[in-house]
Design a binder for this molecule. Structure first.
Ligand code: SAM
Length: 170
């Protein structure tokens, strides 16, 4: 099961940091790629730099035609929103389907039609928080924690240590 994150409504400058974090969390928590609907070379470059150094198979692309991305997705389409059904009610069903998953996360107000275009509107609790947190929790529940044990074959690797920072280069 491959997961792609569709980042809707990115505002250049204002959302740069958060969108970069959406991409980094997507990669670190087991997604295979991110689609940005607003061109922003700086964001794309900074995610690609992390992939180049730390490895993994993660793609970033820009596709302004977000309706087409959702409509043409062959697999399960999930929109993360505080107004949706609680994640615990649907996550087993989404995983059991075994289909590739498109996860839509917003920045500013998400167009109402998104709620109709997807298969599931899923809430990570019903309080307002953040697309970064929502994505992390959703992916962790989808992969049942296994994503944090995946090996990324990159140039840099952390050697876990109880104190201090150890990074080796290969
Ligand atoms: N005010 C915006 C709206 O009404 O659509 C949402 C802004 S919120 C900062 C940005 C994104 O975070 C949302 O589009 C959604 O994807 C995600 N998000 C925030 N809280 C969430 C929650 N409790 N469950 C799922 N996703 C959430």
């Amino acid at each position: 099961m491959r997961v792609t994150v569709l980042r809707l409504g990115h505002r250049v400058e204002r959302d740069k940091r958060v969108t970069t974090h959406v991409g980094l969390v997507a990669r670190a928590f087991g997604a295979s790629g991110m689609v940005l609907t607003t061109p922003d070379e700086k964001v794309v470059e900074s995610i690609r730099r992390v992939v180049a150094s730390w490895g993994g198979d993660f793609s970033v692309k820009v596709e302004p035609e977000w309706r087409r991305v959702i409509r043409e997705w062959r697999g399960t389409k999930v929109h993360l929103t505080m107004y949706g059904e609680h994640v615990d009610e649907r996550i087993d069903e989404i995983r059991a389907a075994g289909r590739d998953v498109l996860v839509v996360v917003g920045a500013e107000k998400v167009p109402a039609e998104v709620f109709q275009l997807v298969d599931y509107n899923i809430a990570i609790g019903h309080q307002p928080h953040s697309e970064v947190a929502a994505l992390a929790v959703f992916l962790d529940r989808l992969f049942q924690g296994e994503e944090l044990h995946r090996e990324f074959k990159g140039r840099l690797r952390v050697v876990p240590s109880p104190r201090g920072k150890r990074v080796v280069e290969s």
